[in-house]
Ligand binder design. Sequence first.
Ligand code: DOR
Ligand code: ZN
Length: 417
Amino acid sequence: MLVIEGRAFRDGRIEPAAIGVEDGRIVAIKKQLRGDPVYRYSEAVILPGGVDVHVHLRDPGLTQKDDFFSGTESAAAGGVTTVVDMPNTVPPVTDGERLRDKLRTVSRNANVDFGLYGGPTNAVDVESSRGATAFKTYLAESTNAPAVRDDATLAGILLSVAQADSFLAAHCEDPAAFRPGAAKGLEDHHRLRPIEAEVAAVQRVARLRGAARVHIAHVTTAGAARARPPGATCEATPHHLLLSTASSLGARGKVNPPLRPEGDRDALWRELLAGGIDMFASDHAPHTLEEKSQAFDAAPAGVPGVATTFPVLFRYVRRQLLPLDRFVAMFSGNPARLLRANKGEIAIGRDADLLVVDPRRVEKVTARRCRYKCGWTPFEGAEATFPTATFVRGALVAQEGELVTERTGRMITASQP
Ligand code: DOR
Ligand code: ZN
């Protein structure tokens, strides 16, 4: 039995514990355990590894930006032990055949566990993609992503998703509410793809969803979170929580949906603290510096983020602005539940996906520490607390950001009721 010792977070408390692991699962949690090997982290805190339901790892087809190996290396460096990859790779993962092709391409290159979204354009696509972890639909065009514009098609997709007992993650922006023009900066980008467009698209999903489980991706405003239908979940990204149109990032800060003004960013935090946001997700969407150096209007939208969710948000826990149990629920427990994956908490029977952190340590974010293939991060220089170690099903995958075990990641299957 492998044993990991430290101060573990479980049942809402931090307590000294020895966590015993066999065949990748937690089999014992005691004050002391004998085992081999034993990893001793005496004063450090052990938390469930992160589950990020929204990443774009760019594999296949766009591997100049990122790839499955480097993207999952970045995940491990940031304490994320499961990622779910979006379908807007090249070619887009519209049907079952493309899903299986993608799985063949990426499956041996994963450093953390992973799921794959299908990106159906109609109900038949959903039926052919039964192996997908879940499904993703864009209500407006975005980078390499066709939009599902008519209601009948969207309703058909939702019905098939319900029949597959899966869920639909929705990118909610309504192109009918976009304004014409060319954006020169972050303020413009926000004005041209306004908040009303986001709220209108959430309302459209609410109207059409039928019996389907629905997850609203990257809400940027309290209004979008509140417009979701009863029982639907939603996520917020670190960039929408920490950056605004006031940032000096220029085209590097261009993302869809856009960064919002400070007032809306504040309101998003208030909504989160009031319990209205279910989970964090990075929407890790790297582009090369060359692509991001074009004029604002020509530059692609998206920012890298899979490695920084934990480091930049844990600061709010350290400062006691965000309770630890709420942070863990949003980083691990709630997204694991959405996926019905056997992950997201330190408990007997769960996968031993763990991160170890010294809460007193404060560093600065660098693209190097994040192991980003794209070579940049919108959080460069920000105060951060990186995990010291990351375990996936008991394997020590990363230590101080360095990969220790390679290619140990597997595709997840739903197993949590
Ligand atoms: O900013 C974005 N980037 N929004 C999306 O919807 C897609 C993503 C990407 O893949 O680059
Ligand atoms: Zn995305």
